[in-house]
Design a protein around this ligand. Structure first.
Ligand SMILES: [Zn+2]
Length: 294
């Protein structure tokens, strides 16, 4: 093809090219406008694509915009508890889940808790919360308590700076993903002497151990029946039950939770979050104190 012919063709095509460029620019503008107006619709579409329960969608978006604080009653600040004394007749117990959020297990447990109208306390690790933010948002949207379980789940002795970062970096992720500030902390492995608790105490946090160990993090995962037996043997009013929704699949835990709830209910227990447990305990001790003063 001669050079002149090529120039002529280019000239003829140019208006056509401009037309398509204009269409592309207009499409981008319309998409941007729709995205601004209906951003949550796109999020829904993504959620559906990811296979996560669609109830995460707008409820979660709204929940995550409302700032929420999980504060500690003053009598429990900078203290370690494994349970809390409650007034006679208050047969309450707190279910707690560690190391999540985690695909499948967390959502199975959430479904059971929702069905049974029970609120629990979730001690989240920074890393999985960063990896699975939508599951974390669902935990919050369902009304459960969010607590800090460090960034890396380390047991070893830490310098004050490393301990600070383990807790503060996780607090930052919890704030960014969930818009939550929490003063409830559980040291990984229940290790109280590696520097983490020193940081938590310095900042008035509540350090939460447990009085009932389901033993579900044992490498040979106990059967749901074995978990139930262990928990029933250790349950007491004011107790805190340790279970895991993350740090690996915990299918047996998810299967055990409905049975655990049913059996404890049969024994007259009612389920509370750790902050609720501390409130009940504080109110109870005030009553006792004023009765003594009278
Ligand atoms: Zn843990």
């Amino acid at each position: 093809m001669a050079k002149g012919d090529r120039q002529n063709i280019t000239k003829r095509l140019l208006p056509g090219k401009l037309f398509w460029v204009a269409i592309a620019v207009a499409s981008c503008a319309v998409f941007a406008l729709l995205h601004t107006l209906f951003g949550t619709v796109s999020a829904d579409a993504l959620t559906a694509k990811s296979g996560i329960d669609k109830s995460v969608d707008t409820t979660t978006e709204i929940a995550s915009r409302i700032p929420m604080n999980f504060d500690v009653p003053s009598s429990f600040q900078a203290k370690t508890i494994k349970d809390a004394p409650v007034p006679a007749g208050e047969k309450v117990i707190a279910l707690t889940f560690d190391d999540g959020p985690w695909p499948e297990t967390t959502e199975k447990i959430l479904a059971t808790l929702k069905q049974e109208k029970i609120k629990a306390t979730f001690y989240m690790i920074g890393q999985p919360l960063k990896s699975f933010p939508e599951i974390g948002k669902k935990v919050l949207a369902d009304g459960h308590v969010i607590a800090n379980h460090t960034l890396h789940h380390w047991y070893h002795k830490m310098s004050p700076l490393v301990a600070q970062r383990e807790i503060e970096d996780t607090a930052k992720i919890i704030k960014e993903v969930l818009n939550v500030e929490t003063a409830y902390f559980r040291p990984p492995g229940g290790v109280l002497t590696n520097g983490l608790v020193d940081y938590a105490f310095k900042h008035g946090q509540s350090v939460n151990m447990w009085s009932v160990d389901s033993n579900d993090s044992h490498p040979k995962r106990p059967s749901p029946e074995a978990m139930l037996k262990t928990i029933l043997a250790q349950a007491t009013p004011g107790g805190i039950v340790l279970m895991h929704d993350g740090g690996g699949s915990h299918d047996n835990t998810a299967k055990a939770v409905p049975q655990i709830i049913a059996k404890l209910r049969e024994q007259g227990y009612r389920f509370v979050t750790v902050p609720e447990l501390l409130e009940i305990s504080s109110a109870g001790s005030e009553k006792v104190a004023s009765a003594v003063a009278e």
